[in-house]
Design a protein around this ligand. Structure first.
Ligand code: G3P
Length: 218
């Protein structure tokens, strides 16, 4: 399973990249606004830090402007994935850009039918939002299971399932059990994956017992 980090904070991205476990980055207009940074410069900087796909989202909603924005974003670096909304115009942009060799991440997916459309439009990634479905008392993980199952039925679909709006470690674990290709989440959720009280307890005991040996490895 590939790990993307869902943030526009350079410090967080560098910290995650240092772990050696980071495969890509996703951003969205809300995260860019929160960062207070210049969008185009920020994406260029992120693309230099992380060699994997870096999602940069278009800002418009009409076909012509979205296509122009997508082409401009794609020129920033080879690893930019242009992010478009799951609308008729967004999928038309997806088809145009994908046909020309640009990676496209189709975002704001909330149903299996929408995911089928994105795959047919040649999307490199489909981003189903699990947390936002959970927020409205709908099973977000069921959507992931449905999309993975549907895509597996069609070997000519090359779209990777990028589980988004991930809020806690169980979303990641369940998505991995289902065979989702990628998940994206805030750095705090990735950090939670490391933690287990028995790891802490066990390590403390090993450190204490090692001291009793009076030895040094180095
Ligand atoms: O970047 C898209 C998605 O991950 C947003 O998550 O927590 O705002 O629903 P969230």
């Amino acid at each position: 399973m590939k790990f993307f980090v869902d943030t526009a904070e350079i410090r967080d991205i560098r910290e995650m990249a240092d772990t050696g476990l980071l495969d890509g980055v996703t951003t969205n207009p809300s995260l860019i606004a929160k960062s207070g940074q210049n969008f185009l410069k920020l994406i260029a900087e992120i693309c230099e830090i992380v060699p994997g796909p870096v999602s940069a989202e278009v800002a418009s909603t009409d076909f012509e402007t979205m296509l122009a924005e997508g082409k401009k974003l794609a020129k920033i670096a080879d690893n930019v994935a242009v992010k478009v909304p799951l609308t008729p115009a967004g999928l038309k942009v997806c088809k145009h850009l994908s046909d020309n060799g640009t990676m496209v991440n189709v975002t704001l997916c909330f149903s299996p039918g929408q995911a089928i459309l994105a795959a047919k439009a040649g999307a490199a990634f489909i981003s189903p939002f699990v947390g936002r479905l959970d927020d409205i008392s709908t099973d977000g993980m069921q959507l992931i299971a449905d999309i993975v199952n549907i895509y597996n039925n069609y070997p000519n679909f090359h779209t990777e399932v990028l589980v988004a709006s991930v809020r806690h470690p169980m979303h990641i674990i369940e998505a991995a059990k289902m065979g989702a290709h990628i998940m994206t989440c805030p750095p705090s959720v990735i950090k939670q994956l490391y933690s287990h009280p028995l790891t802490d307890k066990g390590l403390a005991a090993f450190v204490e017992d090692w001291k009793k040996t009076g030895q040094s490895i180095l």
